[in-house]
Write a new protein. Structure first.
Length: 253
């Protein structure tokens, strides 16, 4: 595996009550790469993704065994500041979820609540985030209009800009293009390729073509188990597990 490791799980089991959802998952995800997690619906992909920002914590009966590490630090230790963790690990959801406020205030929200704008020009922070999200040129003349007036694809890029404004290190993306048209999907995929120079990106997708196009590494999860994890080209051209091969070739089920 090339480069330093950013995210890691060691023998992780995850439970909802008595239901074992993720089974003994160990994975090492490198920095400044795009890692795709594929698998059928209900296999545990999104639950796995949310390990890294502890969003599963809000679910009653959620329990983690094993270690989840970011930069070698176990983020489930009792001394971890979860609010700071979620600033470090941004998340983009399947459906765009802009706040019902202006475009500017959507992006400025995080820097304001975290105090990042002190000593900095908030307008500069907002512009920089929108530029990184490849949205600035489309919205620079309407920053004080409602974010809800934007198209679906623009709203999703706005949500990405909102994450970037708080200077995260990791971006988690849960099927970020599944609700978008093909042109908007392409823009999101192009955006991810540019962002990996500065961020570690993990994307959950049911679209194997998308995984093949955008990711450097791919993991296949089935019934809560990590069946295979390898460079994407190897997963798609030379899978080592028959389950992986059947899923990729459409013979699955």
């Amino acid at each position: 595996m090339e480069g330093p490791i950013k995210l890691e799980t060691q023998n992780v089991n995850f439970y909802f009550g008595d239901n074992l959802v993720l089974k003994n998952i160990s994975i090492r995800i490198p920095s400044n790469r795009i890692t795709a997690i594929i698998g059928p619906s209900g296999c545990g992909k999104s639950t796995f993704l949310r390990l890294f920002n502890r969003m599963n914590d809000v679910l009653e009966g959620a329990r983690v065994e094993g270690k989840v590490l970011i930069d070698g630090v176990d983020i489930y230790n009792s001394n971890i500041d979860v609010a700071m963790l979620r600033r470090k690990v941004g998340m983009v959801f399947q459906k765009p979820n802009p706040f019902p406020t202006s475009i500017f205030d959507n992006v400025a929200y995080g820097p304001r609540i975290h105090g990042l704008h002190k000593g900095k020009d908030l307008r500069e922070i907002v512009e920089n985030a929108l530029r990184q999200a490849a949205l600035w040129d489309e919205v620079k003349d309407k920053l004080h209009r409602s974010a809800l007036e934007l198209s679906g694809g623009q709203q999703q890029r706005l949500c990405i800009a909102r994450c970037l404004a708080v200077e995260p290190e990791v971006l988690l993306m849960d099927e970020p293009a599944s609700a978008l048209d093909p042109i908007s999907t392409l823009k999101i995929e192009e955006l991810m390729q540019g962002l990996k120079e500065r961020y570690t990106i993990v994307i959950v997708t049911h679209n194997m073509q998308e995984a093949a196009r955008v990711s450097d590494y791919t993991g296949f999860i089935y019934k809560g188990e990590l069946v295979e994890f390898a460079p994407t080209v190897d997963i798609f051209e030379h899978p080592q597990n028959k389950l992986t091969e059947d899923y990729i070739t459409g013979r699955f089920g």
